[in-house]
Design a protein around this ligand. Structure first.
Ligand SMILES: [Zn+2]
Length: 245
């Protein structure tokens, strides 16, 4: 049976306090990190894992929920520092993570660039440069919906596209915990769709929220917002309804 730890990482972003929540799942054999923060986050990860008495050297696997600066910004650096780490991602997301295909967000931003008002262009240019700065890393193993990884009491893959096409959430049957990643976020204590402007397909994102309702969830963990305090099923249902009406 596995055990899991929320690594709440607090940092400053342009003068605003922000928190992201990677998760460490552990049993006697494996220590699995789910998402790894922005570039340069290794010292922050080290400190957060250290509070749980876990060293980064102990990490055997990293599951990347999707290609995004805040979820895989430190992936290549971690792989370089700890080459034994085995990297897992959804088959649709792997080509972006390993650099075979260009970031979908960058492509989307570039395709609309010429139509933008001039005052927005510097901001979007910065955004594109930021996306292009994500250092790719090799994916050792790809997964699809319904796969059950045998580590730490079992880790079930839930394909939750919308935010990104190959976005995944993880279900831990042994503890009835759902690691939602960016399928849902917590804002002012309530569940929401991760910044709808950033969802590449909002209808899909809403269908993914409904898909999460198929699971018996006692603990719902969001990358942005951490542990959800309310009733997960109720919260997911209300969120899906709000977007459908
Ligand atoms: Zn995110």
């Amino acid at each position: 049976m596995g055990d899991y730890h929320l690594l709440d990482i607090e940092f400053d972003s342009n003068g605003h306090k922000q928190v992201v929540t990677p998760v460490l799942i552990q049993d006697e054999e494996d220590t699995v990190l789910v998402d790894c923060g922005y570039p340069g986050f290794i010292p922050l990860l080290k400190a957060a894992a250290g509070r749980e008495k876990i060293t980064l050297e102990a990490i055997t696997k990293i599951i990347v929920t999707h290609h995004d600066l805040d979820h895989m910004g430190s992936l290549a650096a971690l792989k370089q520092a700890y080459p034994h780490i085995f990297i897992v991602a959804h088959e649709l997301e792997a080509p972006y993570i390993d650099g075979t295909r260009k970031s979908l967000r960058a492509r989307q931003a570039e395709s609309t660039f010429d139509t933008l008002p001039d005052e927005q262009k510097p901001h979007v240019e910065r955004f594109i440069r930021l996306l292009q700065s994500i250092v790719p890393a090799p994916v050792d193993y790809t997964v699809v919906h319904g796969n059950r990884l045998p580590w730490c009491g079992g880790i079930e893959i839930i394909h939750t596209p919308g935010h990104m096409p190959g976005h995944i959430s993880l279900y831990l049957p042994s503890s009835k915990a759902l690691i939602a990643a960016d399928a849902v976020v917590i804002e002012d204590g309530k569940l929401n769709i991760a910044n709808p402007d950033f969802a590449l397909d909002l209808d899909e994102a809403v269908r993914s929220v409904e898909r999460l309702m198929d699971y018996d969830i006692e603990q719902l963990i969001c990358y942005h917002g951490g542990l959800y305090a309310g009733d997960a099923r109720q919260g997911l249902m209300e969120l899906a309804q709000a977007y459908k009406s």
